[in-house]
Structures are given as C-alpha cells and as structure tokens.
Design a protein around this ligand. Structure first.
Ligand code: ADP
Length: 294
C-alpha cells in the first residue's frame, strides 16, 4: 500500500515535457501568456492554447481555469494565477494556498490521475521560496488525505528550488498526516529489516549521535551533525528521506536504516520523553526487540 507521502513526487525538470494528465501553469490574470513557465508552456503547446485562453476572459488571482493541452504531452493545462509578492501583508500566502487548492479541486472534480505543479509565484512574482514550498506541500497533502486519489508531481526548475521542498517535506507531512500515518510508514520499513541490519545499524547510532560522518553514500555529506532543535533534526533527516527519494537512497543503505530507527526515538526525545542519547538507546533497544519478535 502506498503511503500518502509516496503520492507526491518532487523532481527537477521542464514541466512542458511531463506526460502527467494535467500540468499547472503559473499564469497571469490575462491568461494571454507571459514569460517564465507560462511562456514555455505557450510555446510548447502551440497557437491553439492561446486561442482557447482568449475565450476565457482572464482569471482572478488565487483561482484557476482549465484548457486543453494541444501539442503538449499532457492532456490538460490548469492555469493558476499566483499572487505577486508585495511583502506579505496583502494576503499573498492565502492567495497562493488558494491557487494550489483550486487546482487540486479541479483535479478531484475531473478525476485527473496525475497533476504536476511548477513553483507558482516564485519567479517574476518574487514569492519567498521557502514559504511557497511549505504552502504548496501543505495544501497538496490536505487533498491527498481528504479527496484526491491520484499522483502529484512538484516539478522544480532547479536543484536549489527542489531543496526548499525537501527541507520542509517531513515537517509539512507530519503536521497534516499526523504521527500515526508517519509511524505506520516507518513501521512497514522497519518490519522489512533483517536482524543483521539492525545489529549494524544499532552499532552506528552512537556515531551518528555525535555527528560522525558516515564514509559512504551519495549526498550524505550535505547535512549532519548534532541537532539542537526539532527543526534541525527535520532538515537533517530529509537527506535520508526514503519515501520522497526512492531512487536517491537505497533502502539497504545502513545509514538510512539508522535514521529510520532513530526517527521514532527522536520523536520521543524532542517531545521530552527522553533527554539524553543513553535514554534514546534505552528506548531503541525495546523497539528493536519488538521488531525482531514480530
Ligand atoms: P511567476 O510569475 O508565477 O513567479 P515564473 O514563470 O516567473 O512565474 O516562475 C515560476 C517558477 O517556474 C519559477 O520557479 C521558474 O524557475 C519555474 N519555471 C520556469 N520555466 C519552467 C519550466 N519550463 N518548467 C518548470 N518550471 C519552470
């Protein structure tokens, strides 16, 4: 069974190339084309798209309208009008959330099997990228939980943009999905681990606790160290996010397993149930026993 977080894929690419059922365009209120992703979509779709857009009479900020896709590999284009960033006191966050919300509602209404989003408003419209990523994920997660059954793709145009989503992925997913869902997802992975892996993983935990640098693994060098807050920990653990990055990390990688194991314990740590690495280990040993018994 797929977990909720497996139904969101974060990638780097050109949205005009995606064969998802729908792609979302970061349009302006005229819907008559512009620069950035809008220009790229209009160019790739051909003149038919502009002709259809001319019949729509524009679109309000925070809303969406749907058209055909013409020469694009997708089947529909959802034109979303994101807010221009004026400093954050003009309802920009609510309007951006409303864009994602309206697009997801269209996807539900039309039973679209997949939908791809660009990073709306974060180009020429200057919306801060970290906040935009949080709003996007939070809104999409809500629909995945409540009414949307398809696949969502977040199509970033650069690695830097992608990083904003990865950084807040867990925090946003946990906020919405609740601990139960997250723990269930991890439990399934933990259940699949062999005793040998547990032994190796547990022997490495003290090293990880001290911020020791593992010697192998791709991308692992990005962020380590002693975490001094839950936010630190979440930004650290996203590097090992096996749900969101299935091809990035191999599930057999022992460091991933360490993190999976410590994930549960850390949650107790940060909620105050255990306060030292020794207490964490005290918690982990029985967890391990339970897992090995089951
Ligand atoms: P806005 O006016 O809403 O800010 P922009 O088109 O200027 O829209 O930028 C929105 C985002 O789309 C930016 O992150 C930009 O890097 C990205 N972008 C531009 N071209 C493409 C493309 N072909 N595929 C995916 N994303 C793109």
């Amino acid at each position: 069974m797929e977990t909720y977080s497996e139904r969101i894929k974060i990638m780097v690419g050109d949205i005009t190339q995606l064969p998802t059922e729908a792609i979302v365009n970061a349009a302006n209120r005229s819907l008559l084309g512009g620069g950035g992703v809008d220009g790229a979509i209009q160019r790739a779709a051909g003149r038919g798209l502009l002709q259809e857009c001319r019949t729509l009479g524009g679109c309000e900020t925070g809303q969406c309208k749907m058209t055909g896709a013409y020469n694009l590999p997708c089947k529909r284009v959802i034109h979303a009008v994101g807010p221009v960033w004026f400093g954050g006191h003009q309802g920009e966050s609510g309007l951006l959330a409303s864009c994602y919300d309206s697009a997801m509602k269209l996807a539900v209404e039309h039973n679209l099997s997949s939908i791809a989003f660009p990073c709306i408003s974060t180009g020429v419209y200057r919306f801060p990228k970290d906040e935009a990523a949080r709003i996007a994920l939070r809104t999409v997660f809500k629909h995945i939980r409540d009414d949307y059954e398809g696949q969502v793709v977040i199509c970033c145009f650069s690695r830097d943009d992608e990083e904003y989503y990865r950084k807040c992925f867990w925090e946003e997913s946990l906020t919405l999905l609740g601990d139960h869902e997250a723990v269930q997802g991890y439990k399934e992975k933990i259940d699949a681990i062999t005793p040998e892996f547990w032994d190796e993983a547990f022997s490495l935990i003290p090293q990880l606790e001290q911020g020791a640098k593992p010697s192998n693994g791709r991308g692992m060098e990005r962020k380590y160290g002693f975490c001094t807050s839950p936010a630190d920990y979440l930004s650290w653990v996203h590097c090992f996010n096996v749900d969101a990055m299935p091809d990035y990390y191999n599930i057999n990688n022992v460091y991933c397993l360490c993190v999976i194991a410590t994930f549960l314990a850390r949650k107790l740590y940060w909620t105050g149930s255990c306060a030292t690495p020794e207490e964490l280990l005290k918690f982990l040993r029985p967890v391990r026993e339970i897992v090995l018994r089951s």
